[in-house]
Write a protein of this length. Structure first.
Length: 338
């Protein structure tokens, strides 16, 4: 294919990537180095209270935002460099006594800890459960495969926030599953009173929601498996585990890498579970921390620079966590080319 023809094919995609990915990314990175604050001025405010035969008045100085002729609040923007990142990371406070409690007292490190645990724990569970479902459905009779596949896809079809709320309602208060556990264990259970139970429920929901996607991809991959290779392994005396290890898994390895990449990118940006389970007082994530920075504070302003810096740190984390899988993909590609 000529270079001009190739360029014509990829030009629309490249243009959209520049407009919707590159420009916003550069904008966010730039915003992290500038802070915008409201200009205040001290105004004398007289407060009068009626008394017996007299009126008592007190004059106080109150800081109020300065407004222009149109009534809009005046703000000022200044360059702060890496100070925004320092205020988020708080390295001096985090490592001054090298204690876990001091590290978890800082929002960024607290959010990073949960994000990493959530991502790395749910990955093997989602991939493993999806593969087990695919192997099980692949061996079923054709008459019931369609119904089983439809039922298995239902968790993936449900909107993430709605699914999280559904799981929450099953466990919160006198929910059905909480009542069942209390009857079985003969003790009171408060699933939303501590962080570790909240984390377990959020991980359970993520695996329940994502495993159907892995199941569909693996099931499609099993349909392309070379039957002759599988039959040869059976003739040679390979048992089920050996066929799975030496025939099926190597065949599905590109799909395993693909699902892992998708899951890592999605789970590292965990947000719906935090909102659905209302876990902000116990558990937060990096994505929720960005949202919190963009929420209006008591003065009516948003910390855009801190949200931008936290977003950039989140992207750096995604790149680091994806690096091994991307390296493996590139190495396999070079091996096939050579």
């Amino acid at each position: 294919m000529k270079f001009r023809v190739f360029l014509g094919f990829i030009a629309p995609s490249m243009l959209l990537m520049v407009v919707f990915i590159a420009f916003p990314l550069v904008s966010v990175f730039t915003q992290s180095f500038f802070t915008t604050s409201t200009i205040y001025e001290n105004v004398e405010v007289e407060t009068c209270t009626p008394g017996f035969g007299t009126i008592n008045c007190v004059i106080e100085l109150v800081a109020e935002p300065v407004k222009d002729a149109d009534g809009k609040v005046i703000t000022q923007t200044k360059f702060v460099g890496w100070d925004t990142y320092k205020s988020i990371l708080k390295l001096n406070e985090a490592f001054q006594d090298f204690s876990w409690s001091s590290l978890m007292a800082i929002d960024f490190w607290k959010a990073l800890r949960f994000t990493l645990v959530f991502t790395l724990f749910t990955l093997p569970l989602a991939v493993g459960l999806g593969m087990l479902l695919a192997l099980a459905v692949n061996n079923l009779a054709k008459s019931i495969k369609g119904q089983i596949i439809f039922v298995s896809l239902l968790p993936f079809i449900i909107t993430p926030v709605i699914g999280a709320l559904s799981i929450k309602w099953l466990f919160i208060g006198d929910g059905i599953l909480t009542a069942l556990l209390e009857w079985w264990l003969d003790r009171d259970i408060a699933m939303f009173a501590q962080a570790w139970t909240l984390e377990l429920m959020m991980m359970f929901y993520r695996v329940w929601h994502v495993a159907p996607f892995a199941f569909v991809v693996f099931y499609a991959g099993l349909q392309t498996l070379n039957k002759d290779t599988l039959e040869s392994a059976i003739i040679d005396g390979a048992n089920r585990f050996e066929r799975l290890r030496y025939v099926i898994i190597p065949h599905l390895m590109p799909l395993i890498v693909f699902i892992s990449l998708i899951h890592l990118m999605d789970s590292y940006r965990v947000f719906e579970e935090i909102v659905g389970f209302s876990s902000q007082s116990h558990v937060i994530s990096l994505q929720w921390l960005t949202y919190d920075f963009l929420t209006l504070d008591q003065s009516g302003t948003r910390s855009v620079e801190r949200a931008s810096a936290n977003s950039m740190l989140t992207m750096v984390g995604i790149v680091i966590i994806l690096a091994p899988l991307l390296h493996k993909t590139w190495r396999d590609h070079k091996a096939r080319v050579l």
